[in-house]
Design a protein around this ligand. Structure first.
Ligand SMILES: [Zn+2]
Ligand SMILES: [Zn+2]
Length: 690
């Protein structure tokens, strides 16, 4: 039969025989969902966005309310053709991308492509890919949330305007191929300013003074301690500051001749409260600090756990709730399940009478849940044989934190002993864990600190001075950012959202603006140069408050309180004026050539320093006639014996490292810069990023 005749009636007939079509982002997710929904459904993966702004041009009609010119992405045409084919014969189409802004926009673009082909298209949302939740979601199918879609469109258009306007500015000033971004450049600014603060930092000297004191009449052979340590805290009721050795010597001279008399003894109970289950930011911080995962690695593995992992005969099962969230709320079902688990596993005294209430920071809207294990609860031991070691590490972390969040408080007994020594006062004491509570499920470093043993003492009792221990200290420079502290700061400053912390870090490293050295971020020379230029020329855009306000505006659009076109207008007018000024100024600037003493090995002309996308390099001044170029070394000789090479900076997926110019003949490698006192003392492991 000729294909042309197969229209109208026969197409309808096809539809009645067809299945329900479900569209999700990834193959793993489609497998898990298909298993739950059964054979009447066909779940296929669209692999993310199919439609976007065009790559080669701005693609925004500024005269016409910022109307975007959307286009099917080049490498996604095949997926769209497949979707269309399936949609033609499907009984109905369910759009089931992730429950956030990006997911909503993916669904909207697909709906626009399919609406002529299928009479019934629905949006389905869920935060957990487990039996009960999926079935419930499909019984509550609905329409797209256009507020969410518009928030995504505004975000996309803003990023496009900023990126496509600022990048050419950098090409004119520094070199082609550089990029700037609305959020990315602000994140680099944080890292650059921290580096400035570290350079400007001057260590201040200060001293501390401990005394070893001895209780009288205690036999050394007894089990009870006889000596204990006390710290100098006050002089005539005021806090003691010792900035130089001279002050310390004066105090030592006085204390040597004083009587040490117990003034008072206090024993108090202190509670330690369980923390909330994970938000995205908290999970990224803990995964970095406890299991050494970069933010991107954490998100990649969390996504696998969310989308579904093969559990033997059970098939593919979603093990955690959606991993992009800033909420600490948990569902009633999950609360009931975890309380039952705690009572059964640890006993009634570990399960508080009332559920523990946790409060989300910032935004009050709690549409999402915290990141927690899916239901029914599966403890890490029961799934260990099906997970790889990284998956198991992260799942265990999420599990422990969730269980602990609903357990009873830990209780410490805190002892404080004040001791008079003339005009001075010393203090001894410590804390002892007397009830572990939630720490049974989720330990902290603090709990294992052993309390110093102190002999039993009475007020008025005189003790003997055994030794005075003065110690010199210096204040420390602020630390460089790590994945954990950067994510924390971005969240606190309101820059970025759960979906963007990891991509921001990835982008600034990929663009060569930031180097990951061992566990810490350092700006590259290029990053410093670009940031300083951008901040100088676009102070209102590459700006913390501006970026935070913009995120709030986008939230407002999502909540239906703000008009998205107005947000773009309010942004664009001042921005385009600033851009015009910067362009004019730019015309007057010539790129400087920096001469060096180096001579080109190929033609003998002098070498000059040029900027490229990867930073500075040496180029032959005869370019383009001579194309010789080489990397700039650190100027430090290779420490390998008999090697005449110099150390040069190189990059791998795990971060920046230092190798020898004689590679591959010399294979010397160092993780930290040879001359940097701040990082060369750090022996921490490299962060796992792949
Ligand atoms: Zn040359
Ligand atoms: Zn070498």
């Amino acid at each position: 039969m000729p294909a042309k005749k197969k229209t109208g009636v026969s197409a309808k007939k096809d539809r009645s025989k067809g299945k329900f079509l479900v569209i999700v982002e990834s193959p793993a997710k489609s497998k898990t969902i298909n298993k739950i929904l059964g054979a009447d459904y066909k779940v296929i993966a669209c692999m993310g966005h199919l439609v976007d702004l065009p790559a080669g041009k701005m693609g925004i009609d500024f005269e016409n309310d910022f109307k975007p010119e959307y286009a099917v992405m080049k490498n996604r045409k095949k997926y769209l053709t497949d979707l269309k084919k399936e949609a033609k014969s499907a009984k109905a189409v369910f759009l089931a991308a992730d429950p956030d802004r990006e997911g909503e926009a993916i669904c909207w673009h697909i709906e626009n492509q399919l609406k002529k082909l299928s009479p019934e298209i629905y949006r389905v949302k869920f935060e957990e890919i487990t039996d009960k939740v999926i079935k419930e979601a499909f019984s509550h199918k609905g329409a797209l949330d256009m507020n969410k879609v518009n928030a995504q469109q505004a975000r996309r258009i803003l990023d496009r305007i900023v990126g496509y306007s600022l990048s050419p500015f950098l090409w004119g000033k520094i070199t082609r191929g550089l990029s700037a971004g609305r959020v990315q450049s602000v994140a680099v600014r944080l890292i650059v300013e921290r580096e400035d603060a570290i350079r400007a930092f001057k260590p201040q000297e200060y001293w501390s003074l401990d005394a070893i004191l001895r209780k009288r009449g205690v036999d050394e052979k007894d089990d009870a301690p006889s000596t204990f340590k006390a710290k100098l805290v006050k002089h005539k009721g005021e806090k003691v500051h010792m900035e130089a050795r001279l002050t310390v010597d004066d105090i030592l001279a006085v204390l040597k001749n004083e009587k040490f008399i117990i003034k008072d003894i206090a024993r108090k109970q202190k509670k330690s409260y369980p923390r909330s289950p994970y938000t995205t930011s908290l999970m990224q911080q803990d995964a970095f600090n406890r299991i050494n995962f970069s933010a991107s690695k954490t998100m990649r593995i969390a996504q696998r756990l969310y989308e579904g992992v093969e559990l033997g005969d059970e098939g593919s099962v979603g093990l955690i709730t959606y991993m992009r969230t800033d909420s600490v709320r948990i569902s009633d079902d999950a609360l009931r399940a975890v309380r039952e688990y705690i009572a059964g596993q640890y006993g009634g005294q570990y399960c508080p009478e009332k559920p523990v209430a946790h409060r989300s920071k910032g935004r009050a809207q709690d549409a999402h849940e915290a990141i927690r294990p899916g239901l029914p609860l599966r403890d890490p031991g029961s799934v260990a044989s099906f997970l790889n070691s990284d998956e198991l590490k992260l799942y265990t972390l999420i599990w422990n934190r969730f269980v602990a969040s609903q357990m009873t408080n830990a209780v410490y007994s805190v002892l404080t002993v004040n001791i008079d020594a003339g005009e001075y006062m010393m203090r001894a004491g410590g804390a002892e864990l007397i009830f572990r509570g939630f720490l049974l499920a989720f330990n902290s470093a603090k709990q294992d600190e052993e309390m110093e043993r102190i002999p039993s003492l009475d007020p008025g009792e005189e003790v003997d001075l055994q030794e005075l221990l003065p110690e010199q200290h210096f204040t420390k420079a602020p630390p460089r950012y790590s994945d954990a502290s950067l994510v924390k700061d971005l969240e606190e400053k309101g820059i970025g959202r759960p979906s963007t912390y990891a991509p921001i870090i990835r982008t600034v490293i990929d663009r060569n603006y930031v180097k990951r050295i061992a566990r810490y971020f350092q700006p590259s020379e290029l990053g410093e140069l670009v940031t300083k230029l951008l901040v100088k020329n676009f102070p209102d855009t590459i700006n913390y408050e501006f970026t935070a306000n913009m995120e709030n505006e986008l939230d407002g659009i999502e909540e239906g309180n703000v008009n998205w076109v107005k947000v773009l207008k309010d942004f664009y007018e001042p921005f385009s004026r600033r851009l015009e000024k910067a362009r004019e100024r730019m015309k007057n600037v010539n790129k400087e050539e920096v001469k060096t003493d180096e001579v080109c090995a190929e033609c003998g002309r002098p070498m000059i320093i040029k900027w490229g996308r990867r930073g500075r390099f040496l180029s032959c001044s005869g370019f383009p006639a001579c194309r010789n170029s080489k990397s700039i070394t650190t100027g430090v000789k290779c420490p390998e014996e008999g090697c005449s090479g110099e150390l040069v900076e190189r990059r791998s997926r795990r971060g920046t490292f230092y190798g020898c110019t004689n590679y591959p003949n010399c294979r010397y490698v160092a993780k930290t810069p040879p001359k940097d006192p701040l990082t060369s003392v750090d022996n921490g492991d490299n962060v796992e990023d792949e």
